[in-house]
Design a binder for this molecule. Structure first.
Ligand code: ZN
Length: 188
């Protein structure tokens, strides 16, 4: 689903998202319940635009335990959005597909820059995707060392740069790596 950068070192490619961190956490802690945050850099071989950089940060979240449901996922994300953007900002969950969650969703928030009217940052939709999430796929749980008939979990991955775009009303993600001191002082 994502193209990456290949290196001259055998068996080494740059990760396209932080989800591969999940398996490490599960194998370390199974069969104990877990709540982890896994931040790190990700890379994608794609066109650099005002919205997308080829190198960016992601923050992965994973919760595994007994009786975890989709409501827990929605509650955590809604709570996060309320704290990050202020209470009452419009949000929506869209069905989506990721190979490691089922069901999967993407969460959008009303575009702060244009207030939902449409601008270049929100691709004239009025919405900005803030994260991808879903219920951990039973096979992923199994590989992590959990019995999927007893355990369930949710996971999400969010991009801090994109979230900062919203919070600080920045209109171009490329500023983050342009090393312009005026920009760094403003958001630092
Ligand atoms: Zn907009």
């Amino acid at each position: 689903m994502w193209d990456t950068f290949y290196t001259t070192t055998d068996d080494l490619i740059l990760r396209t998202h932080t989800s591969p961190g999940q398996i490490h956490a599960m194998r370390e802690y199974a069969p104990e319940p877990i709540r982890v945050i896994l931040p790190g850099k990700s890379y994608r071989y794609e066109q650099v635009t005002a919205r997308s950089e080829s190198m960016f940060y992601q923050v992965e979240g994973l919760a595994v335990g007994k009786g975890i449901t989709f409501s827990d996922l929605k509650g955590v994300i809604t709570n996060f959005a309320n704290q990050m953007y202020g209470e009452g900002r419009k949000m929506r969950f869209r069905k989506s597909y990721f190979p490691f969650t089922e069901p999967s969703v993407e969460t959008d928030i009303e575009c702060v820059l244009c207030g939902g009217k449409g601008c270049s940052i929100c691709k004239y939709t009025g919405w900005l995707e803030i994260l991808g999430a879903g219920m951990v796929h039973p096979v992923v749980l199994q590989y992590g060392g959990y019995d999927p008939s007893k355990f369930s979990g949710f996971a999400f991955g969010m991009g801090p740069e994109r979230i900062a775009l919203q919070r600080y009303s920045i209109d171009d993600i490329r500023y983050f790596y342009a090393n312009d001191m005026r920009f760094l002082e403003r958001v630092g």
